[in-house]
Every structure is written in structure tokens, then in C-alpha cells.
Design a protein around this ligand. Structure first.
Ligand code: NYM
Ligand code: MG
Length: 215
């Protein structure tokens, strides 16, 4: 029954400059064209507009220094503070397209050297995305794209480790919930590849939302 359908929770992940923001915006417009103006919403983590988000923003711009554990927990808190909004939108039938999520949280902090299990712990129980599409790109190619290197973490060496971690996080995601695509082709080609995975979710979902990383 149409009234029982909820919105789908779709996440795009990838290295810096992999095209996530462009593709997330294109995906939201496509979904709106199909299902109407109020049917889809764009979200992004970190959400730099909240009080916690402003601390994260200052850190990424190297305007403050924070211990690695502290910034990791702030990134996670920034997701938790938006959980009620996410759940409300999904329940109202709105599909959320989210630019980065907990997978970035784990991949970047573990790449810096924090233990993997410690990294995933604070994000356990967040709403689990119905689908995460990983836009795969080598750090060498990403580096050639505009604006690279402006923020903390935008260094080829670290991004190489982040990519390895993303791949291993993805391997542990079951039931087709993690899909990887080649993000080195044209914007149009990448858009097509993403849509192949998202189309089955374009009418929303009937299943209830699971807790992320909870057995
Ligand atoms: N990042 C992002 C983290 O280190 N942990 C997180 O939980 C999230 C969501 O922030 N280099 C990193 C990845 C990026 C940086 O993201 C800023 P963006 O999408 O470039 O604004
Ligand atoms: Mg970035």
C-alpha cells in the first residue's frame, strides 16, 4: 500500500574530489522530477551549519587543533544530532540522498591510525542506509581535480589508506547494500552508473530501517 512506503535512505561515499556532491545534487533533481518537488532531500555530512558542525569546519580548515579521538566523536555526534530529522523525513515518504555518512567517519579516522573497532563504535545504531554507492577513484586521479589540497586530509598518501579502508568496510556490508562504481569517467557516465543502483529504490521502501553495524 502506498501509504506504508517510507522514503529510501541513499548514501554516496568516496574520496575527496570523487564527484559525490555533484552526483548527489543530480540524483536529488532526478528523483524530484520523477516523484515531485517534496519527494527527495539532499543531506551532507559533515553538516557544517550546526554548532558541532562549525567546530568540525574549523578543524578541517586547520583553524583549530583537536585530538584525533575528539574530532572523530564530533563527526559522529554531528550525525546523531540529525537522526530524528532523518527518521522523520523517511517516515514522511521523503527519500534522502546523503553526501558521506559513517563510512567516511570510520575510513578517515582509521586511516589516521585509530583502531577500526573503536572507530565504528560511536556510529553503531545510526539509521542504516538502504544503499551506499561508493564512487571509486584513485587518489592520483582525484588529485588532478580542482580545489584539491585545500583542506586537512586532502593528501594523496592519506587518501590511499582511506580508499583501502572504504573497500574493506564495503566488503563487510551484506545484501547488496554497498555498491562500488568507477568514478573516473564523465559526469554523465557516473550518473548513469549510480542510477542503475538507485532506480529500484525510486519508489521508496517498505522494510523498516535497521541500526547500522548492529548484528
Ligand atoms: N570526514 C567526513 C571525516 O573525517 N569523518 C566523517 O565522519 C565525515 C563525514 O571530512 N575529507 C572527512 C572527509 C573529508 C572531510 O568532507 C570533509 P567534505 O565532504 O569534503 O565536506
Ligand atoms: Mg572535501
Amino acid at each position: 500500500m502506498a501509504s506504508q512506503r517510507r522514503g529510501a535512505f541513499i548514501v554516496l561515499e568516496g574520496l575527496d574530489r570523487s564527484g559525490k556532491s555533484t552526483q548527489a545534487a543530480a540524483l536529488v533533481s532526478r528523483l524530484k522530477t520523477i516523484n515531485g518537488e517534496n519527494s527527495a532531500k539532499l543531506m551532507k555530512f559533515p553538516d557544517r551549519t550546526t554548532t558541532i558542525g562549525k567546530m568540525i569546519d574549523a578543524y578541517l580548515r586547520s583553524q583549530n587543533e583537536l585530538d584525533d579521538h575528539t574530532i572523530h566523536l564530533l563527526f559522529s555526534a554531528n550525525r546523531w544530532e540529525l537522526v530524528s530529522a532523518i527518521n522523520a523525513d523517511l517516515a514522511a515518504g521523503i527519500t534522502i540522498v546523503c553526501d558521506r555518512y559513517a563510512f567516511s567517519g570510520c575510513a578517515f579516522s582509521a586511516a589516521k591510525g585509530l583502531p577500526y573497532d573503536w572507530c565504528i563504535a560511536p556510529d553503531k545504531g545510526l539509521p542504516e542506509p538502504d544503499l551506499t554507492v561508493f564512487l571509486d577513484l584513485t587518489p592520483a586521479v582525484a588529485k588532478l581535480r580542482g580545489g584539491y589540497g585545500e583542506e586537512r586530509y586532502e593528501k594523496e598518501e592519506l587518501q590511499r589508506k582511506v580508499r583501502v579502508l572504504f573497500h574493506s568496510i564495503g566488503k563487510q556490508m551484506k545484501g547488496g547494500k554497498w555498491q562500488e562504481i568507477d568514478a573516473s569517467s564523465s559526469i554523465e557516465e557516473v550518473e548513469k552508473a549510480i542510477w542503475k543502483h538507485v532506480e529500484p529504490f525510486s519508489d521508496g521502501c517498505t522494510s523498516s530501517i535497521n541500526g547500522l553495524w548492529i548484528e
